[in-house]
Unconditional design. Structure first.
Length: 132
């Protein structure tokens, strides 16, 4: 509230900065293990460390996005994106509590996050907003 709405170009630039996560892909693969067993951590402690770092990065991205004032034409998508990221962070937190160290369990728990992010990207693209 009280923020000046960003123009499309400034919003897209701000999004690029907000979603920049060093080693984000590597962290994701360490947690979910979708690439190959060679990217899967060797111990429960390694897995928990990667999962916590990834969850923390997701929370940081959601918080960064929450500070932006998107153009009106994508404000609803933006709000849904933040909500989706927070839901995903909660899923990662649940995995920490369960610490499955099982690629299938991790992938099944995280798949809805992946699907939600894809759907949000498609909604942005439909409005001619592309990034990442």
């Amino acid at each position: 509230a009280g923020q000046i709405q960003l123009t499309k170009d400034r919003y897209l630039a701000a999004i690029e900065r907000a979603i920049a996560v060093p080693d984000g892909d590597r962290l994701f693969h360490e947690v979910v293990g979708v690439e190959s067993r060679s990217t899967w951590p060797q111990s429960r402690a390694d897995w928990l460390r990667s999962n916590r770092r990834l969850r923390s990065e997701i929370e940081r991205v959601a918080n960064r996005l929450g500070r932006l004032a998107p153009p009106a034409e994508v404000a609803e998508i933006h709000a849904d994106w933040i909500s989706s990221l927070r839901t995903c962070a909660a899923r990662f937190r649940r995995l920490e509590d369960e610490s499955p160290l099982d690629a299938l369990i991790a992938e099944q728990e995280i798949q809805p996050c992946h699907d939600a992010q894809r759907e949000i990207c498609e909604r942005f693209y439909a409005k001619d907003y592309s990034f990442g």
